[in-house]
Design a binder for this molecule. Structure first.
Ligand SMILES: [Cu+2]
Length: 177
């Protein structure tokens, strides 16, 4: 399982690197709604890992959390791969602390960030070097934690998964009120 996950990640990294080249991306998404499809030009290819996620390219500053910090465990064991709790309701301004418990590496990769402003803010609120756009770094060791602020993130439902274990159903949802 572990090696499978790493192989997947390596693949994702390669894909990401290719996407970073300056070929014009012909967006041929079959969906009829082309609204906002062109707004994904905010490449998160921050080559400098030490740069704070806040602002190199984007001009969007990280918004620190002002409310409660909720905890979500990242687990992979005999019962399967999962986030606990998989569904969480929070308030805008709260933070979610993801804690690596077992079966890593795990990450948090948001799936449905269709609004460009929200996408930019949430990425700014995700510290450290992203392994891909909308994605946290990988957490490898037990008790490693990664906290995401939901300050300035509008109310809504935010679905995410773990990239290495997406195929195993490791996914969750954060509902911001
Ligand atoms: Cu995982």
């Amino acid at each position: 399982m572990r090696f499978y996950g790493i192989a997947l990640l390596a693949g994702a990294a390669v894909l990401g690197a290719c996407g970073g080249e300056k070929q014009p991306v012909a967006d041929t998404t079959a969906t009829a709604t082309t609204t906002g499809a062109a707004t994904t030009t905010t490449t998160t290819t921050t080559p400098d890992a030490s740069a704070p996620a806040a602002g190199a390219a984007g001009a969007v500053a990280a918004a620190p959390a002002t409310g409660t910090t909720h905890e979500v465990k990242m687990i992979g064991d005999a019962k399967g791969y999962r986030f606990e709790p998989a569904e969480l309701t929070i308030k805008q301004g709260d933070a979610v602390k993801f804690i690596m418990v077992s079966g890593g590496p795990h990450n948090v990769a948001f799936l449905n960030l269709t609004d460009a402003t929200t996408k930019a803010q949430l990425n700014a609120n995700m510290p450290g070097q992203h392994m891909a756009e909308d994605s946290s770094p990988l957490l490898m060791q037990p008790n490693e934690a990664y906290t995401i602020s939901f300050a300035k993130i509008p109310a809504g439902e935010y679905n995410y998964n773990c990239t290495p274990h997406a195929a195993m159903g490791m996914k969750g949802e954060i509902k911001v009120q």
